[in-house]
Design a protein around this ligand. Structure first.
Ligand SMILES: [Zn+2]
Length: 153
C-alpha cells in the first residue's frame, strides 16, 4: 500500500520563465510519458535501442547516436546522497517559505545516474553524504507532478 502523495501548498504563481516545474502534457512535451508514469508511482527514463545508453534526463533522441529509437525503462527509486547544499537565503520565487531547504545530487542504486533534486526529511544540519533517500513524487497545486527525494528514517 502506497503512502498518500504529499501536496505542495499553493504559493504565488510564478511568471512562466521562473516556473521551475516542467510542462507535462502531450501537447507540451514529447516526454509526457515520464509524468504519466510518475503519477503511477513509477520512475522512468529513456534508453537508446541502438547503443543501450541510459539517459538522464529522459530524451526524445539519443545524445550519442541521435536516433529517436528509444525505450522507457524503470529506474530504482532508492539512492544515496552524493553531495548536498543548503539554501539558507535568496530562495527562488515561490520557494521563500521553504527556506532553509536542502538540494543535492543523488546516486540511484544500481544504475550509473546522478540526479539533482530537492531533499526533504532531515534538516540540512542533519544531512550527511551517503544518507539513504527514496524518490517521493509530489503534486503541484495546478495538477502537475514532480519528484523529490526523502531521507530514509
Ligand atoms: Zn544511441
Amino acid at each position: 500500500m502506497e503512502a498518500p502523495r504529499p501536496k505542495v501548498p499553493p504559493g504565488p504563481k510564478p511568471p512562466f520563465l521562473l516556473d521551475f516545474f516542467p510542462l507535462e502534457t502531450p501537447d507540451q512535451t514529447r516526454l509526457s510519458a515520464f509524468y504519466d508514469a510518475l503519477r503511477k508511482g513509477k520512475f522512468q527514463t529513456t534508453r537508446c535501442r541502438n547503443d543501450r545508453q541510459l539517459h538522464w534526463p529522459p530524451r526524445v533522441a539519443c545524445p550519442k547516436c541521435h536516433t529517436e529509437s528509444l525505450e522507457w525503462v524503470d529506474l530504482p527509486t532508492r539512492g544515496k546522497i552524493y553531495a548536498f547544499s543548503a539554501l539558507l537565503a535568496g530562495a527562488p520565487l515561490g520557494m521563500e517559505a521553504d527556506v532553509p531547504f536542502v538540494v543535492g545530487l543523488v546516486d540511484l542504486d544500481g544504475v550509473p545516474l546522478r540526479l539533482f533534486g530537492r531533499i526533504v526529511g532531515k534538516s540540512w544540519e542533519a544531512c550527511r553524504i551517503g544518507d539513504a533517500v527514496r524518490l517521493e513524487p509530489f503534486e503541484i497545486d495546478d495538477g502537475r507532478i514532480f519528484y523529490r527525494f526523502r531521507t530514509e528514517p
